[in-house]
Ligand binder design. Structure first.
Ligand code: NAP
Length: 248
C-alpha cells in the first residue's frame, strides 16, 4: 500500500514550481490530486494529463485562492467529484518585492491577499468536511523569509509570518478533532519565482547555504509527504524548515 493511497489532496498553485513538484510526488505515493492555478491554463492541462497517466484521479481547477467565494466553490466541487478532502496544501503565493520606501499600498495588499488571506479562505472552505471526517492534514507554505525577515520583502515576510501564527492557531482549535496543521518554511528553492533574481545574488546565496545548493521542488514535496501522511500523526502546530540548513 502506498503512503497516501486513498487520500485526496487539494494543492493550491500547482501549475508551476513547488506546487507542481508536490502534485507529481503525491501522485507517486498514490494520492488523488485536485490542484489549482491562476492563469497558466496550458501548463495546468498538461499536469492534469501527466497525473492521470499515473493511475490516480487528478483535476486542475482555475480558482483564485485570494477569493473567498471561489475557495468555497472549489472545496464543494472537490468534495463532490473526489468524495473526500484529506489533505490541504496552501501553496499558492506571489512576490512583489520593493524597499518599504518605494512599496505602494496595492503591492502590500495584493501579496497579503494572495499569500495569507488565501490560507484563511481555503482552511475555512475545507474545515467542515475535515470536521465531519474527524481527520485532516493542513500544510501551509511559509518561507525562511517569514521566520527571519528580509530587506525588500516587508509585504512577503508579513504574509509568510502571518501564515505561521494562523497555522498554530488552527492546530490548537482543531487538534481535538484529529485535524493537524503544520507549516513548511522552504529556503531557496529553484523555481520560476527565484529565476527572476539576479544571477550574482543567487550564486552568493548558494554558497552561503550549509548544504551548498538551492533546493528543488521535490525536496519540499518529500517534506509534504511526511506531514500529509499518517507518519506524522502526532505532529501538529509545527514549522518545518526545509532550507539546506540556511537558518541554522
Ligand atoms: P511559482 O513558481 O511562482 O508558482 C506559483 C504558483 O501559484 C503558480 O502555480 C501560480 O499559478 C499559482 N498562483 C499564483 N497566484 C495564485 C492565485 N491567486 N490563486 C491560485 N493560484 C495562484 O512559485 P514557487 O516558487 O513554486 O512558490 C510556491 C510557494 O512556495 C509560494 O507560496 C512561495 O511563497 C513559497 N516559497 C517559495 C520559495 C522559493 O524559493 N521558490 C521559498 C520559500 C517559499 P499560475 O501559473 O496560473 O500563475
Amino acid at each position: 500500500m502506498k503512503l497516501l493511497e486513498g487520500k485526496t489532496a487539494i494543492i493550491t498553485g500547482a501549475s508551476r514550481g513547488i506546487g507542481r513538484g508536490v502534485a507529481l510526488v503525491f501522485a507517486q505515493y498514490g494520492a488523488n490530486v485536485a490542484f489549482t492555478y491562476s492563469s497558466s491554463v496550458d501548463a495546468a492541462n498538461e499536469l492534469e494529463k501527466e497525473l492521470n497517466s499515473q493511475g490516480i484521479k487528478a483535476k486542475g481547477f482555475q480558482s483564485n485562492a485570494a477569493n473567498f467565494d471561489e475557495s468555497q466553490q472549489l472545496a464543494a466541487d472537490v468534495l463532490d467529484q473526489f468524495g473526500s478532502i484529506d489533505i490541504l496544501i496552501n501553496n499558492a503565493g506571489i512576490t512583489k518585492d520593493n524597499l518599504l520606501m518605494r512599496m505602494g499600498e496595492e503591492d502590500f495588499d495584493k501579496v497579503i491577499e494572495i499569500n495569507l488571506k488565501s490560507v484563511f479562505n481555503m482552511t475555512k472552505a475545507v474545515q467542515k468536511t475535515m470536521l465531519k471526517q474527524r481527520k485532516g492534514s493542513i500544510i501551509n507554505m511559509s518561507s525562511v523569509v517569514g521566520v527571519k525577515g528580509n530587506a525588500g520583502q516587508t509585504n512577503y515576510a508579513a504574509s509568510k509570518a502571518g501564515i505561521i501564527g494562523f497555522s498554530k492557531s488552527v492546530a490548537l482549535e482543531l487538534g481535538s478533532r484529529n485535524i493537524r496543521s503544520n507549516v513548511i518554511a522552504p529556503g531557496f528553492i529553484e523555481t520560476e519565482m527565484t529565476a527572476k533574481l539576479d544571477d550574482k545574488k543567487v550564486a552568493e546565496w548558494r554558497s552561503a547555504i550549509p548544504l551548498k545548493r538551492g533546493g528543488s521542488p521535490e525536496d519540499i514535496a518529500n517534506a509534504c509527504v511526511f506531514l500529509a501522511s499518517d507518519l506524522s500523526a502526532y505532529v501538529t502546530g509545527q514549522t518545518l524548515n526545509v532550507d539546506g540548513g540556511m537558518l541554522t
